[in-house]
Design a protein around this ligand. Structure first.
Ligand SMILES: Nc1nc2c(ncn2[C@@H]2O[C@H](COP(=O)(O)OP(=O)(O)OP(=O)(O)O)[C@@H](O)[C@H]2O)c(=O)[nH]1
Ligand SMILES: [Mg+2]
Length: 675
């Protein structure tokens, strides 16, 4: 099964390399199964999950279809050619810049009424196109029947029915691709006179060639699309004349042109659907419809329980208790780490490695680099394999199961109101929860959020208060000595998160984001997907973490040879002492600078060595959780938000972590709290 993971580019790695092969580009709304189809055809793997917005950057792979090799490209979901969120923009830019063999537009067969507008837009764009009606199993289950050949006639492009998770219909898709040749198809939509006139006038002004038809480009311009304007300015078109036409058209209509175009296009889609959907209800699973729908089936009843706060919050607590506390904190951080770090590495592997290495290499400095206290083998490799791997692995398993059920969009809906108070919408739940796995990944997922303000607040809270899985595992493991200690840690972190979120929403200008999220059906997780996903995320994680741990070991080694390490530890020992910790805790924060999990590992060592009092443990756990984002996350924040915002965040987070640690230590010691 894992053999399909020949080459991994997942979890947000962007690949800009171009190949000479002909390209097949998968496009479509979010959560329709594009990545499942990508994984079937290509030698690469893209994460598949049951919520909209899983794929936020382009994934590329190669695949053979009927004896010919193609480059296969998976794109983030998009609702329309006019993007709102950043991940939609990533997909849109692909329409401008690429000249593929064919676009495979994947839609959810049970929701064609909502998805065909994009098909009509792609037809208008005059791009080579095959339409895939995926999730036929769920459509059939709901009594929906679609006459695919009639749809094919109406649209003038090939239409293939698939149930991609079972592999059904993919052979037909393969055949359609191998036989495909581009044929011009006329637009299926005729807009009202004013719009058609504007489209024609703008098209006649456009001189150059773009990746899309002039008709589509004109529509994007009419809707004031930023990228379309950049494209025509770069090519020296007559922007002023075009703007004049747009202004005139805007005045003719009472509503924004974006709205007018959408409504008019939808009318054509409704006619088509009327013609091709022979039986069954049209199950449009939009947020507001979920509440209205009658809760007859078991699935719908569970749905209701998850969304209603009275039952939803206890369910959330149960998920956290069993998923995080018992499985990640108890089983992985307790049993597995104790065995791996204490027994396997501590008593068996490392003593043997140290002895053998020292016997083979009789130079103390080199011995120190590889098998010393902070050595590459004795520290970096041990931390990575014995401590971080079980924690991250356990978290990713739990997380993959939760993701595949479709629980996260429900959680998002339930929590939306609380998140609004912090300037975010329920949508931000997904990057925030993903942050418990790895905030670096999660920071990229903030692309799925609608407004810049929401993206900034979410990245900030991710950097500030969301511990990553390894850190969380260690902290839960250590704090499990006392329920009270765990409670204080959780309350302080939550309060800090809410307070900073609330204040940021007051300080940052901009309107509150609206919450609009598709509600995918609840599904039973597929074991193979959970395993492949966990494996691929762990692989990605280790490619990131192990080199950094090795670099840290080497830097510490150089630092100790030159005396700089002592100075750095000394520097960090001051703030450590301010918050009541022993001076040695300085090295824990120094490690935390590299990676959050590395800092947590340092804390784990100090705890094992008996250097921390009960209050020290709580204060250290809080400060480390709130401490700097790790280097990788900082870099991603720079990339996504810009250097100024990233530095601003760091400048706030660093002192505030110690300030909170100071206050907690002060309160706990002054009131003599016993844990
Ligand atoms: N029942 C059923 N589920 C499917 C089918 N195809 C995909 N899925 C499920 O639909 C969900 C979404 O699949 P993805 O491949 O991640 O969808 P995507 O279009 O790549 O989504 P984004 O990356 O968010 O744009 C997953 O839970 C899949 O298991 C299908 O044919 N039938
Ligand atoms: Mg995807």
């Amino acid at each position: 099964m894992l053999s399909i993971l020949k080459k991994k580019r997942c979890c947000g790695q962007e690949d800009e390399t171009q190949s000479d092969l002909e390209r097949i580009i998968l496009v479509g709304n979010p959560n329709v199964g594009k990545s499942v189809i990508f994984n079937h055809f290509s030698d690469s793997y893209a994460i598949v999950s049951n919520y909209p917005g899983t794929t936020v950057s382009i994934s590329k792979g190669k695949g053979w279809i009927d004896g010919k090799e193609y480059e296969i490209i998976d794109t983030p979901g998009m609702y329309s050619l006019l993007p709102i969120t950043e991940e939609e923009r990533v997909s849109q830019s692909y329409l401008f810049d690429n000249d593929p063999f064919v676009y495979v537009h994947v839609v959810d067969a049970k929701n064609i009424q909502r998805m065909l507008p994009l098909t009509l837009q792609l037809i208008e764009a005059e791009v080579p196109l095959i339409l895939v009606l995926n999730m036929m199993d769920e459509a059939t289950e709901r009594g929906i029947e679609i006459n695919a050949s009639r749809l094919e006639q109406q649209l003038g492009v090939p239409v293939i029915c698939t149930t991609s998770i079972k592999g059904e219909g993919l052979d037909k898709l393969e055949e359609a691709i191998s036989k495909y040749s581009f044929q011009h198809v006329d637009s299926k939509v005729v807009y009202s006179r004013g719009i058609e006139y504007a489209i024609e006038s703008i098209s006649s002004l456009i001189q150059d060639e773009y990746g899309i038809s002039k008709r589509t480009l004109a529509q994007l311009l009419l809707q004031n699309d930023k990228v379309a304007f950049e494209a025509i300015s770069q090519k020296g078109e007559d922007v002023d004349a075009i703007k004049k036409i747009i202004d005139g058209t805007e005045k003719e209509y009472n509503n924004p042109l974006n709205y007018v175009l959408t409504i008019e296009r939808q009318a054509f889609v409704n006619d088509i659907v009327e013609n091709v959907m022979t039986t069954g209800k049209r199950d449009v699973t939009l947020t507001e419809d979920v509440e209205k729908s009658s809760r007859t089936s078991l699935r719908e009843r569970i749905d209701g329980l998850l969304i209603h706060p009275v039952t939803g919050i206890p369910i959330l607590i149960l998920v956290l208790y069993f998923g995080l506390y018992k499985f990640v904190g108890g089983f992985a951080a307790g049993t597995v780490v104790d065995y791996l770090e204490g027994t396997l590495f501590g008593e068996m592997i490392n003593p043997w490695v140290i002895e053998s290495f020292n016997a083979a290499v009789p130079y103390p400095a080199i011995q120190d680099l590889f098998v010393g206290e902070y050595g590459i083998l004795t520290q970096a490799v041990t931390y990575a394999i014995a401590l971080i791997m079980p924690l991250v692995g356990a978290f990713f398993i739990v997380f993959s199961i939760i993701e595949d059920t479709g629980y996260l969009p429900r959680l998002a809906m339930m929590i939306d109101r609380a998140f609004k108070k912090m300037g975010m919408s329920g949508r931000a739940v997904i990057p925030m929860v993903l942050g418990f796995g790895c905030s670096t990944m999660a920071t990229m997922v903030t692309r799925t959020l609608e407004t810049k303000r929401e993206r900034i607040i979410t990245s900030m809270l991710l950097s500030l208060a969301i511990p990553c899985s390894a850190q969380l595992g260690v902290i839960l493991g250590i704090l499990s000595f006392s329920g009270r200690a765990l409670f204080i840690w959780a309350i302080v972190i939550c309060l800090d998160l809410v307070l900073v979120g609330y204040l940021s929403s007051k300080v940052l200008p901009g309107a509150s984001p609206s919450f609009f999220m598709e509600m995918p059906p609840l599904r039973l997780p597929k074991l193979s997907n959970v395993l492949i996903k966990t494996y691929s995320r762990m692989q990605w994680y280790f490619l990131e973490v192990l080199p950094l741990l090795v670099v840290a070991s080497v830097l510490i080694w150089i630092g100790r040879l030159t005396g700089l390490f002592e100075i750095a530890v000394q520097l960090f020992s001051y703030p450590s002492q301010w918050i009541g910790l022993p001076a040695e805790a300085g090295f824990m924060f120094l490690f935390g600078f590299f990676r959050r999990d590395f800092g947590a590992a340092g804390m784990f060592d100090m705890y094992n060595a008996g250097l921390l009092s009960d209050i020290n443990i709580v204060v250290a756990a809080i400060t480390l959780t709130l401490f700097m984002p790790c280097i990788a996350q900082f870099m991603v924040t720079v990339k996504e938000r810009g250097i100024k915002i990233a530095l601003g965040m760091a400048a706030f987070i660093f002192p505030s972590a110690f300030a909170v640690g100071f206050v907690v230590n002060y309160v706990l010691t002054t009131f003599g709290v016993v844990l």
